[in-house]
Write a protein that binds this ligand. Structure first.
Ligand SMILES: [Fe+2]
Length: 257
């Protein structure tokens, strides 16, 4: 039967929507409760919706009973502080799974390349229902930072780098594309990440905000790209050697953001 997917995401695996142009009080992401949750990079997360409405970030498939990344339970104590973010996550009207704000400390392009991963949003997702994709709504005005997207973790050809000013909104098939953020500066980056189920509601939302399947990559000097690629190779090799020494294998797919 197969999953219900968005035609707009078929070609490139991502779309960039119109930027959100309304001001949001930073208290909405600064005053909610964060938990330490190791993801790609130095991160903390503040869930707005979780598996059971508790302030934790585990994949829904790790709960009992295990289930896919849908039917997230809103956390009243968090949504009361972040009403605009909650409304934005609910805006398409599609099923919402995990919904959380990520706090990412500054890093480098090489860090982002090493952190590239695929998500696990569709584990246990029943055949014939909507494929789970993810929305990234950038909250802080990280003009020089960018999201890195690749079809293959270690292959730079076809890499896309999407700018992350405040209000930038991307919808990405994060189980298909390798992804991570390169975030520069002195302050953490905050971004609302929401798991949305594909279907007619999401399609209408993507069209309403003029989803673009292709954007120009952020320009980065070739020597920086080359150095980042070399550093990624070095770190992957070092990690594989360390894991081999322990008799383990590299874990390529991460389950979180
Ligand atoms: Fe991810």
């Amino acid at each position: 039967m197969g999953y219900i997917t968005s035609e707009l995401l078929e070609e490139t695996g991502y779309v960039v929507l119109d930027s959100y142009d309304q001001p949001i009080d930073p208290k909405e992401w600064l005053d909610i409760e964060y938990v330490d949750w190791k993801s790609s990079g130095d991160t903390r997360f503040a869930p707005l919706a979780s598996a059971k409405g508790e302030i934790e970030c585990n994949g829904f498939w790790n709960h009992k009973p295990p289930r896919t990344d849908k039917d997230g339970v809103w956390i009243d104590s968090q949504t009361a502080i972040a009403p605009t973010l909650t409304a934005r996550a609910k805006e398409p009207g599609s099923n919402v799974g995990r919904c959380r704000v990520i706090e990412l400390q500054p890093n480098t392009y090489a860090d982002a390349l090493y952190n590239l991963h695929q998500d696990d949003n569709n584990r246990l997702n029943p055949d014939g229902t909507g494929w789970v994709v993810r929305s990234f709504f950038n909250l802080t005005d990280d003009k020089d930072s960018f999201f890195v997207l690749r079809h293959n973790r270690t292959d730079p050809s076809g890499e896309t780098r999407i700018a992350l000013p405040a209000g930038a909104q991307l919808v990405i098939d994060t189980q298909r594309l390798w992804h991570a953020a390169a975030h520069f500066g002195d302050e953490p980056r905050y971004c609302l990440i929401t798991s949305w189920e594909s279907g007619p509601e999401l399609d209408a939302y993507l069209e309403k905000y003029h989803a673009r399947k292709h954007v120009d990559s952020v320009e980065v000097p070739q020597d920086v790209l080359d150095a980042g690629q070399a550093e990624q190779s070095r770190r992957i090799a070092a990690r594989e050697a360390a894991l081999r020494a322990r008799g383990q294998q590299e874990k390529l797919a991460m389950s979180e953001a």
